[in-house]
Ligand binder design. Structure first.
Ligand code: SAM
Length: 250
């Protein structure tokens, strides 16, 4: 079965569901599915299920939930604080970060952020599509955009802020992660223009901040996000732990 759809309703075996218009259109007109065909659905609450198409109407498709195929798996406790980039670059950042795995996106604007707005609907759509495509069962949350000072101020005390510092003056991320092994983190990546002098100064005075370097070249913001998340997952998070994704209870 290759078609995977996210359902807003909580799923249980035996339940009949009438899919929403966009998903029904996708199954009926794009994928040209027929009655009795099987698909996979997940709900961000209990997990993933095999389902069968039982009715195809003009504007809706009905499915029946057959059996559970995966228990919901919540990724390691990592957030990503990022500044809006150009549209396609933001799309890339959202899609790739979701695939790698995180719990929450926190969009922010700093002194050098060019675009101070972001379409949360577009982000949510990209998040859902990425989870559908990668086989995940958890939909990361996205918070409304807020200024960098506010986001930093509101960071919970027990969450370590991995500050991706492009000045290359900080220790390498692998050295820092090896030493500290922080389990609950927020990765902070700056905008195209980087952090201002005053922001960097402020960040360095805060408690629970881990300034890190991502190697000796300046990466684009979206690349930096992917690298930092990957490093955390491989040294501390999901990829370090031996997981049975089929049976793991979150
Ligand atoms: N305009 C800045 C400059 O020329 O120095 C570059 C900003 S970079 C495109 C965007 C963000 O990615 C930075 O603010 C930082 O958070 C992160 N970043 C990029 N390369 C990095 C590196 N080598 N180490 C740590 N963070 C990096």
């Amino acid at each position: 079965i290759s078609i995977r759809l996210f359902c807003e309703v909580t799923l249980t075996v035996g339940k009949m569901i009438s899919l929403e218009t966009e998903q029904s259109h996708y199954l009926k007109n794009v994928m040209r599915c027929k009655i009795n065909e099987k698909i996979l659905v997940f709900d961000n609450v209990t997990g993933e299920y095999a389902a069968e198409i039982i009715n195809i109407h003009k504007r809706s498709v009905d499915i029946e939930i057959l059996e559970k195929t995966k228990t919901r798996y919540v990724p390691g406790d990592v957030w990503l604080i990022f500044c809006p980039l150009k549209k396609t670059r933001t799309d890339f950042l959202i899609e790739k970060s979701t695939e790698i795995g995180l719990r929450r996106f926190l969009p922010t604007f700093s002194n050098k952020t060019q675009t101070k707005t972001i379409s949360l609907n577009r982000c949510r759509k990209n998040i859902v599509e990425a989870v559908e495509q990668c086989g995940g069962t958890f939909i990361p949350e996205i918070s409304p955009i807020s200024s960098l000072s506010k986001v930093i101020e509101q960071q919970p005390e027990d969450r370590i802020l991995i500050f991706c510092d492009e000045t290359l003056e900080s220790k390498s991320i692998n050295e820092c992660l090896l030493l500290e092994r922080p389990q609950k983190v927020a990765v902070l990546v700056g905008p195209e223009g980087g952090f201002s002098h005053s922001e960097r100064k402020l960040l360095r005075t805060k408690k629970n901040i881990l300034p890190v370097s991502l190697g000796n070249r300046i990466l684009r913001a979206e690349t930096a996000a992917v690298v930092a998340l990957t490093m955390w997952h491989s040294m501390v998070g999901d990829w370090l732990k031996k997981l049975d994704h089929q049976n793991h209870e979150s």
